[in-house]
Structure formats: C-alpha cells, structure tokens
Ligand binder design. Structure first.
Ligand code: DP6
Length: 365
C-alpha cells in the first residue's frame, strides 16, 4: 500500500453533529524505533507489546460549520480543563493528516481527553493519545462513509496515529504489533503497524509489564529531538541494521517460547537505545541512578533464582519490568521487596499485554 491509498473521497454528505469516543492503550517496544526519515517514516522496524491498563480516553464532539474554515477549529480539554498548551501538537497533527481527512476544516471539534495514569508519571502519553485521536477521526470518517471495512479502518487509524507520533501507530490493535518495513515480514510497512504474522508461543501470551516510576518529572530531552540526533550519528547505520537482525532473531524465539533469547534481545535493545542517546551530539542521559539500581537488582535476582524476568526502558528513567504469567507470583514479590524502594514515592503501575483500543459509547451533551 502507498500513502495514496489513504486519501479519502471527500464528496459524501457530511453529518451535522455527532460524538465519538475511543480508549487506546500505550505500548512498550521490544525492538525500538529510534531515528526517523521525513514524514514519520521509521529508520528501522520495531515491535511492541500493546499494553492494557495504561491508556488514553478521548472523545470528539463534532459540529458542522456553515462554510469550511480557513484553519482548524477545535478546543482541547485535558482531564476536564481547557488546555491551550496542548493545542499546537494537535494542530500539527491536523496539518499532517488533512490530506487524508478532507473533512477536518468542515467541523468544529471539542476534544476531551484523559489518561488512566497520572500526567506527571513520566509515562509518555503520545502513543495512546495520538492513537485515541486517530481512532475518533476514523469513526467520524466512517460516519461519512459507512462502507469503510474494519481492516481498512484499523490500518488507516494506525497510519494516521503514526503521523502524530511514530510509536502511536503500534497502539491501535493488540497484542504484538510490528511496524516498519522488514524484508522477512510479509506485509510489513513503514506506514502502519500490523499484527505480528508469525507463530507466538504461549510463554508470550499474558506477559506482564510492571512499570516502575523512577522519575516522574518532565524529560530533559524529548523523543522528537532524540530521533533527530540519529541523523549523522556515528553508530546510526550499525544500529539500524542491528534492529533488523534483532527482529529476525525474534522469529524463532517467539515460535519456540525461548525466554532467555527474548530477555537477551529485549535488554540489549533497551541499553542500545540509551547508548545511542549517550553517544549522540549533543549527548544526554535519561537514566537516573535508581534506573541502574533496579537493573542491577533484576540481574542479581534472575541469576540467583533463574526467574525469567527482565527490563526494558523507553526514552526516560522509568523501568518496565517484563515477565511471563508463569513467573507472576515470584516477580511481584520481588518487585515489592526489592524494587519499589527505588520508585518515586513508591509508585508503580501493574500492566500487562492488552488487546488494543476499544470504542466507547457516547451521548451528546
Ligand atoms: C523510545 O513515537 O515518541 O519509545 O515519532 O517523534 O513522536 P515521535 O517519537 P515517539 O518515539 C518513541 C521512541 C521509543 C521507542 C519505541 O517506542 O519504539
């Protein structure tokens, strides 16, 4: 498929008024997306577990304007409060998606959004937020054109979400989502996420992700700036090719249920991501002392008990502790006994693999 497959026919009758609502989850990458080309095209393919508990709920009330407006007309409420400072991001998103959603300037939108996790938790809401927004816009498009089929609906939602934030393209469906063109994955695309098409052993069903909130403050460097620093990065070429190799290696690991192989790739990916940050110019460090304490504790516990538990990191100091259902009791005990002490105010979130976004019912008013 190409971008042009997502351009809508803009001539159908536009409804006067309506409201749509979606709840979209966050996701955690196993092979990381870090570095991009123009138009939100990833420099390498990535794969993620869709999460369940960490999610954004967004509703859009849309009212048709008498005449199309010169610019996008919308208000944004975050957790019940009007948020002017969130508007530029949405405006950029509308600009990037206008070509694919020709009705955008024909409506006034009231966007109401909230997260299941505290805004100040250091958990990025861009993936779940952009996914929920993209799904709401797709529901409006489906009101206009009821012939849209489910498969296209979700593909285009992922395509649009990706234009808002790359990783958001992996937050539409569950439970293991791959995004970015790979020679060895049929139908993989730089434009949208797909269900991982190969066999996945039951060891990887119901995986858990306990998110340890090490540092709840604002990150010092945004992901967007970090991605840009991969241009001209001395190790970029090697890194992009390593991501391809890691994705290939995961095929037999997922099929056979090889938890040790999984752990090796996932931890290496997390550390490589941060190594890229530490070796870019300007260089920066997003891990905190407690991030390292937690990593060392996990390694010592795994060595001593042979429990298949590991960590991954996103672009921040928080640690995602991953473990299979079979290790749940031991892992939770260990987290409570040894790791919670390193979390800011002892805060952590118990999450697990999820099935993807859900549409919620709405009433206007
Ligand atoms: C480290 O998707 O937040 O979480 O496309 O600029 O919005 P933008 O970046 P974003 O980058 C996520 C980076 C990551 C790795 C990953 O999720 O694959």
């Amino acid at each position: 498929m190409t971008e042009n497959d997502f351009v809508s026919i803009g001539t159908l009758a536009l409804p006067m008024l309506g409201k749509v609502c979606w709840k979209a989850p966050s996701n955690i990458a196993l092979v990381k997306y870090w570095g991009k080309k123009e138009n939100q095209i990833p420099a390498n393919p990535s794969i993620s577990f869709t999460l369940d508990a960490c999610a954004t709920t967004t509703s859009i009330t849309y009212t048709r304007l008498e005449d199309s407006a010169a610019d996008f007309q919308f208000e944004l409420y975050f957790e019940g409060e009007l948020k002017e400072d969130f508007k530029p991001k949405i405006h950029t998103f509308f600009k990037r998606t206008e070509k694919f959603l020709p009705f955008l300037k024909s409506y006034e939108f009231i966007i109401e959004t909230s997260n299941s996790f505290p805004h100040s938790s250091g958990i990025a809401s861009s993936a779940s937020g952009m996914a929920a927004l993209a799904l709401c816009l797709m529901s409006i498009e489906k009101e206009i054109n009821p012939d849209i089929e489910d498969d296209f609906f979700y593909k285009k939602a992922s395509f649009l979400a990706r234009l808002g934030s790359g990783s958001a393209g992996r937050s539409i469906e569950g439970d293991l989502i791959q995004w970015g063109s790979s020679l060895h994955i049929p139908n993989s695309s730089d434009l949208f996420g797909i269900h991982y098409p190969f066999e996945v052993h039951r060891n990887f069903r119901n995986f858990h992700d306990t998110i340890l909130l090490v540092h709840k403050g604002q990150k010092t460097v945004s992901s967007t700036v970090g991605h840009d620093l991969m241009y001209g990065h001395p190790f970029a070429k090697e890194r992009f090719s390593q991501a391809h190799k890691n994705l290939d290696k995961l095929k037999s690991i997922f099929a056979s249920g090889d938890l040790s192989g999984f752990i090796e790739i996932v931890e290496s990916e997390a550390l490589t991501l941060h190594a890229m940050m530490m070796t870019s110019l300007p260089y920066f460090i997003l891990m905190k002392p407690n991030t390292l304490e937690i990593i060392n504790r996990i390694w010592a516990f795994r060595d001593a008990t042979k429990t298949p538990i590991c960590f991954t990191l996103d672009a921040g100091a928080n640690v995602h502790v991953l473990y299979p259902e079979s290790a749940k009791e031991k892992a939770i005990q260990f987290i409570q006994d040894e790791l919670v002490a390193y979390c800011e105010n002892g805060h952590y979130i118990c999450d697990r693999i999820g099935k993807g976004a859900k549409q919620l019912s709405t009433t206007i008013g």
